[in-house]
Design a protein around this ligand. Structure first.
Ligand SMILES: [Zn+2]
Length: 181
């Protein structure tokens, strides 16, 4: 026979276990609208669901990049106010070109002439007028197409075996770049 105390403990453990199968995401703008959602949609110990977490980190990253673009490129008049979004896209691509060697096997043998993202952008914008014109134009298409990936501007290495250097970089849309590979 189980003691009353024991029965109560088992009951409590059961209700405790079942009560954590669902919880509420504390982010006000959550799609769940404040309703209970399965705990699988949360990372362990978090009170903001996975969807909101990744959305927040995307927004944080976007703000980080815009701040750099404004402080270092707009302030020094390398770009104009209406080019901030184009520069934001270029920042991401340059950052990837500089860092990709570390993270992707396909890029182990590819070197990049720059180690600083803003320095790379400055050279591309100031030294390659046609590149920047094409980048801006393609960015407008991309942003106007609700960010359809095939239209995103990318940094293409003209000679695939070559590196990221000023003379070996051109703008291609993601779609064109994929076809080339
Ligand atoms: Zn949420």
């Amino acid at each position: 026979m189980l003691s009353e105390n024991m029965k109560r403990m088992i009951y409590m453990r059961k209700t405790k276990a079942s009560s954590v199968r669902e919880k509420v995401c504390v982010n006000e703008g959550c799609k769940s609208g404040g309703k209970l959602i399965p705990v699988q949609r949360f990372r362990k110990g978090r009170h903001v669901c996975r969807a909101c977490c990744s959305k927040q980190s995307i927004q944080t990253n976007d703000r980080r990049i815009n701040r750099i673009v404004e402080e270092r490129l707009l302030a020094s008049e390398i770009i104009q106010q209406d080019e901030i979004q184009f520069a934001n896209l270029l920042y991401r691509s340059c950052e990837r070109a500089i860092k990709s060697r570390k993270y992707s096997k396909n890029y182990v043998n590819v070197t990049c002439d720059w180690t600083d993202v803003v320095a790379m952008m400055t050279d591309l914008i100031c030294e390659k007028e046609q590149f920047w014109n094409e980048w801006s134009k393609q960015s407008t298409t991309y942003l106007g197409s609700d960010k359809q990936l095939s239209t995103r501007p990318t940094l293409d290495r003209i000679d695939e075996r070559g590196h990221y250097t000023l003379s070996n970089i051109q703008m291609l849309s993601y779609g064109e770049n994929s076809k080339k590979a």
